[in-house]
Design a protein around this ligand. Structure first.
Ligand code: HMG
Length: 389
């Protein structure tokens, strides 16, 4: 697994004060402390490439080992050329590699992951690995209710028949999809539009449907106590931390638990440590929460089952599960994700608003002459995006 976030962030208490809102509303009310805000040399491609490089390095893999690359994103940089093609070029992946992009709001990465699992299980992989990257920049209008639920980042995962982190359980998955208008981004808009409170209800309805479908697919004998106690941890899609709390409350109530909040810290708490510092990263949000669980849990999760709930507006959702592998927590801890977050620079609110304005015209920004390095967006020349390697 690899994770990339912008080098800069906004403190939500500062944003609240600038908007004339009590800081408690954003920090406790939404459960977000900081949100990642990318500067103009960062886009969905650069975040994806940085996360993918970290995943390959962490697994000790060479680009030649990859036979399938899928980037899940809802904030792509081109209507035709996929982010995956840029990532292939930046990482030097082989030409004998199937590459494409998937879109279904925040579910796009999970769609790619499930497809990769089928590719591996069918034997088509022939020993090669699938590289799945979830990369997005979550952007709502300045001053709108969605503004404090922005964020940016990417999570990359290598999928193979020798999993080192999580062995995803074949056949144990429950899907729920429904045509709803809860959150969308018209082709003419850089900002997402959202019916905020309705989107929360759509998320909860989808959780209920997917969780019930999961239970049917798992077809396990009835046991004592709450069904969700069969999991050592639950990882929900995290548009903001409070949403995970609402989700967990709903799920435990479905289980018949009359004190549904009592299990929150035990089953969900660790998954929110990193997301509360980054904000919503759309496709990667649930996977950042998984990284958070594996890197911050103090108990040994080896051999234990984790439940995962992915939600994408529009909508499609999936509840699935995996078993934590020996050494997984050490591997993710070794990525030093918490330390990386502390090295970021805070933006003042005027600086943040300048960046938001500048990003409006990012696609047409002339490419800088000076060559940069480290997977950065240089600008556009002859209608072609230029990246520093
Ligand atoms: P809002 O209407 O401004 O906020 O926007 P609110 O009035 O609902 O307040 C938020 C919480 O703060 C409430 O807690 C208040 O009580 C509390 P709750 O009742 O919900 O438990 N509060 C305070 N707490 C402490 N101190 C205070 C204080 N004041 C109030 N002083 C909303 C909230 C989430 C609607 C808005 O931010 C929004 O529209 N966000 C974007 C949409 C979103 O994230 N939806 C989530 C579900 S859909 C999804 O997850 C998919 C998505 O990721 C996209 C995709 O799939 O691609 C978004």
């Amino acid at each position: 697994m690899g994770v990339a976030v912008p080098d800069t962030y906004v403190e939500l208490a500062d944003l609240a004060m600038a908007r004339g809102v009590a800081p408690g509303k954003y920090v406790e009310g939404l459960g977000v402390t900081r949100m990642g805000v990318p500067l103009v040399n960062e886009d969905t491609v650069t975040l994806a490439a940085r996360a993918a490089r970290m995943a390959l390095e962490s697994a000790g893999c060479s680009p030649e080992d990859v036979g399938l690359l899928v980037v899940g994103t809802e904030t792509a940089v081109d209507h035709s050329k996929p982010v995956a093609s840029y990532v292939q070029g930046l990482l030097g992946l082989p030409t004998r590699c199937r590459i494409f992009e998937t879109k279904h709001a925040c579910y796009g990465g999970t769609a790619a992951l499930q497809m990769a699992l089928d590719w591996v299980r069918s034997g088509s992989a022939k020993g090669r690995k699938a590289l799945i990257v979830c990369s997005d920049i979550a952007r709502y209008g300045v001053g709108t209710p969605g503004e404090p639920t922005q964020g940016a980042g990417a999570v990359a995962m290598l999928v193979s028949d020798t999993p080192a982190l999580l062995a995803l359980e074949a056949g144990k998955t429950g899907v729920y999809s429904k045509d709803v208008m809860d959150f969308w981004r018209p082709l003419y808009s850089k900002d997402a539009l959202v019916d905020g409170h309705y989107s929360v209800q759509c998320y909860l309805d989808a959780l209920e449907g997917a969780y019930r479908a999961y239970q049917e697919s798992a077809a396990e004998p009835a046991g004592e106590g709450a069904y969700s106690d069969r999991f050592a941890a639950l990882v929900y899609h995290v548009p903001y931390g409070k949403m995970s709390r609402k989700a967990h409350r709903h799920l435990r109530t479905l289980d018949g638990d009359t004190a549904p909040d009592a299990s929150f810290d035990r089953l969900v708490g660790n998954s929110l440590v990193l997301p509360s510092q980054v904000g919503n990263i759309y496709t990667g949000s649930m996977y950042l929460a998984l990284a958070s669980l594996l890197s911050t849990a103090s108990q040994d999760l080896t051999g234990q089952r984790v439940g995962l709930f992915s939600y994408g507006s529009g909508s499609c959702a999936e509840f699935f599960s995996g078993v934590v592998q020996a050494g997984a927590q050490e591997r993710v801890k070794a990525l030093g994700l918490e330390a990386r977050l502390t090295r970021r620079r805070a933006l003042s609110i005027p600086e943040y608003e300048d960046v938001m304005r500048a990003r409006e015209h990012l696609d047409e920004r002339p490419a800088a002459d000076a060559a940069g390095s480290g997977f950065r967006y240089q600008g556009t020349r002859d209608h072609k995006r230029i990246y520093a390697t």
